[in-house]
Design a protein around this ligand. Structure first.
Ligand code: ATP
Ligand code: MG
Length: 396
């Protein structure tokens, strides 16, 4: 008999008017993610998403792996459906979990009866099935307090389901329930983690990357596209807007005092990102900024760069330690790509002594020789839009 997945939803947000929207979005996200793996039926009953393969061709292991990175799911299990009948439940456990049980030192049965028409209470059901299993596996002790292995029986509306311990899901909120935002994606460690963290809060993420060919190489661009691809494992598909930044950087180099180079450059990035964001229906920007990490990430510098933007700038890493950011990067699989050595445009024309406590007046004065509007308009004329999904070929 076939195997199906049960994905359990986060409890806290399941209250009030959010519930319907949350569930619909999650079902839509799961359906979209399952497409690659064959024919699956995806439906929600009793705050649980059911993912059911519809034929033999379905790639069940691939689909399971994909379900583990879907936001909005707190825990998930693979289980065997069976008739709502004691003999059928016992047979399903023997058949599906018997080997796992034999490998354990001790076990217990935990039951949940959401179909109240089932004649036994949860406790009676656990006792009855536990007794039969103890008899069938004399080498495995019953231990209801600290069992080595737990057999779960869920008697639900459609069927009964048996499974072993559930795994933790990706957590967070379903992608899309928190609106859409645009991440400024560099090739560094921080911005992919920032994108991941906002996607985890239900935000649909698009990206913009500033690229300074020939000061930065094609490899640097490929690295960013590859990072975006790695993030889409969690966030779903993404469009990366690649903006050619060379002319702006050269204009800054030729016309502005060196100590303000980075700040002025970042003000251009923010303003261009905001314009693309608004055109693409994004209500916020996301950056990987982190207080005190570099000269352009002081409070004063953030005031100056934020001044060109009138939508929220989300900086989920602002108060974190670098080591904690690195461990998230490792966990989500972006670290190895981020530490490849290709240069980012931020390292082109970096001032020897950057201004750490700038005022807005000083910076506006420092950039007054530039025709900001014309430079921005030309950059926006040449945006390359690259669509990225996790199933694309890796670029590096
Ligand atoms: P990261 O590790 O994300 O590159 P960082 O510590 O190197 O961050 P900065 O280089 O000062 O810090 O950049 C701060 C933020 O500005 C980045 O996290 C990113 O959001 C954005 N940013 C920097 N360079 C680019 C770029 N070339 N294209 C798009 N966004 C960028
Ligand atoms: Mg960087």
């Amino acid at each position: 008999m076939k195997e199906i997945f049960l994905l359990k939803l986060g409890e806290i947000v399941l209250k009030g008017a959010n519930k319907r929207q949350f569930e619909n979005k999650l079902r839509q996200n799961v359906r979209r993610r399952m497409k690659k793996y064959g024919n699956f039926d995806v439906y929600i009953l009793q705050s649980t998403v059911y993912v059911e393969p519809m034929d033999e061709e379905a790639d069940v292991d691939g689909a399971w792996e994909a379900c583990r990175s879907i936001f909005g799911v707190v825990s998930l299990c693979r289980c065997r459906p069976c008739e709502k009948d004691l003999d059928a439940i016992f047979a399903a456990i023997e058949n599906y979990l018997g080997d796992d049980l034999d490998c354990a030192k001790s076990f217990k049965v935990e039951s949940k009866r959401s179909d109240k028409r089932f004649p036994l209470t949860s406790i009676q059901l656990s006792q009855e099935i536990g007794g039969r299993l103890a008899e069938a596996h004399p080498g495995v002790e019953v231990d209801v307090h600290h069992p080595d292995y737990t057999v779960y029986v869920e008697v639900r509306d459609l069927s009964a389901y048996v499974h072993g311990p559930a795994e933790s899901g990706a957590g967070g909120l379903p992608t899309g329930v928190g609106g859409r935002a645009m991440v400024l994606l560099s090739g560094g460690i921080d911005s992919p983690v920032a994108a991941y963290m906002m996607a985890k809060r239900g935000v649909e993420v698009e990206a913009v990357h500033f690229f300074s060919y020939p000061y930065t190489s094609q490899l640097a661009k490929d690295k960013v596209i590859e990072l975006a691809r790695l993030v889409t494992k969690y966030s779903g598909r993404m469009t990366v807007n690649v903006v050619s930044f060379t002319e702006i950087q050269e204009a800054i180099r030729d016309n502005c005092p060196e100590e303000f180079f980075t700040l002025i450059m970042r003000r251009f990035m923010m303003e261009i990102a905001q314009r693309i964001a608004k055109g693409d229906g994004c209500g916020a920007l996301i950056t990987g900024e982190n207080l005190g990490q570099v000269a352009s990430q002081t409070m004063e510098a953030m005031t100056v760069t934020g001044a060109v933007v009138d939508i929220p700038i989300f900086m989920p890493l602002v108060g974190m330690d670098k080591k904690d950011i690195i461990s998230i990067a490792r966990e989500i699989g972006t670290l190895d790509t981020s530490i490849l050595p290709y240069e980012d445009c931020c390292t082109v024309f970096t001032p020897k002594h950057p201004k750490t406590k700038p005022t807005l007046g000083q910076v506006e004065n420092a950039e007054k020789k530039l025709d900001r509007e014309a430079l921005i308009a030309r950059a926006l004329d040449n945006v390359e839009k690259i669509k990225v999904t996790y199933h694309d070929e890796p670029l590096l």
